[in-house]
Design a protein around this ligand. Sequence first.
Ligand SMILES: *Cc1c(COP(=O)(O)O)cnc(C)c1O
Length: 389
Amino acid sequence: MEDTILRRTWAEIDLDALAHNYHQARERIGSKVRYLGVVKADAYGHGAIQIARELEALGADYLAVSSLDEARELRRNGMDAPILILGHTPPEMTSQLIEHNLTQTVSAQAKAEAYSAAATACGGTLRIHIKVDTGMSRLGFLVRGGHFAGGVEAILRSCALPGLEAEGIYTHFAVSDDDEPEDERYTWEQFAIFTRVLEALEAKGQRFALRHCANSGALARYPEMYLDMVRPGIALYGVGDDAERLDLRPVMTLKSCVSTIKIFDPDTDVSYGRTFRTKEKTRVGVLPIGYADGLFRGLSNRIAVQTSQGPAPILGRICMDMTMVDLTGLTGVHVGDEVELFGTLQHVDHLAQVLGTIPYELTCAVSKRVPRRYLKGGRITEETLRLLL
Ligand SMILES: *Cc1c(COP(=O)(O)O)cnc(C)c1O
């Protein structure tokens, strides 16, 4: 790739930080508990192929994605670890699931029946994990309250269907990353329901090799809930509420550079909507990054970008492709110099907090035109551009 493409705006992906985060989790869970790395949504914006490849090399036991397309991308690019599809796949595509040796989530008896019929028709066996809804109220067999007996019965019938191999069973927590006593109570309740379902199934002779429920929140807070496998996503990428607790390092750093510097007189309106007016002579840098790169417009006038000389506040509205920053006191910053939007100097969690959202949304939003630059041992190992040049 030509260097000029990269000098606009890019995301550095620190594979050493990824390895560090993996090892932190490994140490916590011990050698008996399996590790499933969640690489859905292009590994939360980090690049699913590169992250999955690294995770395989580190010794991750399983990978998870949201859809058949995401799973196929990994298979096509050489990943042969087991892959769990967390979301729905149309039963018409069962033969592809089998062909690519994928594990499908099954969240209701009707779906199990459809997968079973399709697998039998093509003469194969589909590996499945049963999903139980213990309180997230999204996907999963209903088992709460009056649904318990019926739910257990439906899971038993699903697992007994021909053409299906029930390898695992799991549930997902709604508030395992929250500190409120009410949230802890809810998480323990979800876990208790899951445990009761497992016991009821075992009593009927239905056992699973992989019982799992711990997302990043539970990895950090509830060692009692690791069971056979943990399922972290955000903790892998080194951000989120539990990053500090787990001693993690951020994997992604979003960078841009100063493309132009201008000196404006006092009382000059800057950018769309005239939301910022200079009070004095102001040295303004123009950065070639905007909301189309994933820099949320809601951050306009509310954060600083980090330069080698210190923070440079954003002035006025963030545009689609450009952003203005105040370099007045930062006389050592020149055209061509790098700036950091988020990463190691300024955590993405801070930006998420300012926006009233979660860091997941910001890393996922780093767009297709932002090249990813992979670093290992201080060296660039790969650069990828997603534009179809
Ligand atoms: C996304 C997801 C995870 C990972 O969640 P984090 O909060 O990123 O750790 C785990 N399990 C399921 C079912 C998910 O959808």
